[in-house]
Design a protein around this ligand. Structure first.
Ligand code: SAH
Ligand code: SF4
Length: 408
């Protein structure tokens, strides 16, 4: 939020800033390298700048301003959930998942190929057993490179807003309402803070990003897209390793279709017809399934790119064979894959988990109908880090329910 934050600015913006301070353009490049390649934590650490200039920047109030990791929770499966504190004291959550959660399987990306050998069964997805078995006994006290920790890759799940205005009935974040948008620097800064914590070397370690934390990225479109540019051009994570998930904000999908540099898209379908979807995602009244699918089909897909449809399985609500048949009809002819997410419980949310049998039947029906369908590994359920379980865990007053202009 701070007008003097450096992190989050693109090279042209830094060039303009340096020009305004009477500096040569190469200074902008030095700041850019320090912010995004070295991931420095303070202006003092930008050692390529002369001392006097650093002192002047500091005196004039310029700061790097990475979010601060205020709290950490570690799951038996190695997942870490962070409470990230912004400069104004607002907090969001960010999740680190060594080895990912299987979300990218079958979407045509390089990241997907690394995932494809691992299969998650319905039983494990409901019980979380697979990861408890794999995670137990691993010593995570020493942070080394990912490989030294025994992992080949990691996925970072980042937040785009403080809270969320899209009132999905099954999601814990929805309970917060929306407090404010994050800036591009605050979105990309979550990644830098986590990379620093794990001493990640981009280029050596394989990092995937998912914009699937708190908030609806497409209701904070400009800052979200700017964070993508910073992460790709600055930090160096290719956009083919990023996936943004939307609950279905039609104008956002339409704008996204026109972007040249963009992540892959995941649409939270979550129901097989408008009646059920309106019940679980009231935003459907504004943009129905047909309108969303039409907009998604207008996105020019890159070679081998597939659109992901997320489908949260809610026991007895959307997990029956008739629903699977409807999903098949909806996605007929599309370059689509489906990620089934077994609903993660949360306090005060009145849904049930599906039975492992229903999950297995649902998956089988979609696969037999010709749609690549995967079950998302539940990660960090024991620490409330799984999908839809993110909320600010600090002791605080009841969050304000402030509507933002773009909110529905
Ligand atoms: N706001 C965006 C991205 C964040 S949510 C969106 O809704 O798409 C990421 C995914 O988690 C979405 O597919 C959402 O439907 C799913 N989700 C939300 N609450 C969940 C819960 N309690 N259990 C499982 N998945 C959930
Ligand atoms: Fe917001 Fe996504 Fe949760 Fe819906 S599922 S309330 S859009 S974070």
């Amino acid at each position: 939020m701070d007008m003097h934050a450096l992190f989050g600015r693109t090279l042209p913006e830094l060039t303009e800033l340096m020009a305004g301070l009477g500096q040569k353009p190469y200074r902008a490049r030095q700041v850019f390298e320090a912010l995004y390649k070295q991931r420095v934590g303070s202006v003092e650490d930008i050692t390529t700048l002369p001392h006097e200039f650093r002192d002047r920047l500091i005196a004039e109030g310029w700061r790097v301003e990475l979010p601060e990791i205020a709290q950490t929770a570690t799951s038996v499966d190695g997942t870490e959930r962070y409470l990230m504190r912004m400069a104004d004291g607002e907090t969001v959550e960010t999740v680190w998942m060594p080895d990912g959660d299987g979300g990218e399987r079958g979407d045509g990306s390089e990241a997907a190929e690394e995932e494809s050998s691992e299969v998650v069964g319905a039983e494990d997805a409901v019980s979380g057993g697979y990861w408890s078995r794999r995670g137990n006994g691993r010593d995570r006290s020493n942070f080394g490179t990912l490989a030294e920790q025994g992992f080949r890759r990691a996925t970072i799940c980042i937040s785009s807003q403080v809270g969320c205005a899209v009132n999905c009935q099954f999601c814990l974040t929805a309970k917060l309402g929306i407090k404010r948008n994050l800036t591009a620097g605050e979105i990309a800064g979550q990644v830098a803070a986590v990379l620093n914590r794990h001493k990640i070397q981009i280029g050596k370690d394989r990092i995937n990003l998912v914009f699937m934390g708190m908030g609806e990225p497409f209701l904070n479109y400009e800052q979200f897209m700017q964070s993508v540019r910073v992460l790709a051009e600055g930090i160096g994570i290719p956009e083919s390793r990023m996936t943004v998930s939307t609950s279905g904000i039609l104008p956002g999908i339409e704008a996204f279709a026109k972007e040249t540099l963009r992540p892959k898209l995941a649409l939270s379908l979550n129901a097989s017809n408008d009646i059920v979807r309106e019940r679980v995602m009231p935003i459907t009244r504004k943009w129905n399934i047909a309108a969303l699918l039409e907009a998604v089909q207008k996105i020019p897909l890159r070679t081998r790119e597939w659109v992901t449809f997320e489908y949260v399985l809610l026991g007895g609500v959307n997990d029956q064979p008739e629903h699977a048949r409807e999903v098949l009809a909806l996605l007929d002819g599309m370059r689509a894959k489906v990620n089934l997410i077994v609903w993660n419980p949360g306090p005060g949310i009145d849904y049930h988990q599906p039975s492992p049998e229903d999950v297995a039947v649902f998956q089988k029906m979609l696969i037999n109908g010709g749609i690549a369908t995967y079950i998302r590994r539940p990660r960090g359920r024991d620490i409330y880090a799984a999908c839809g379980q993110l909320k600010r865990t600090v002791a605080e007053e009841k969050p304000q329910l402030v509507a933002i202009a773009a909110a529905v």
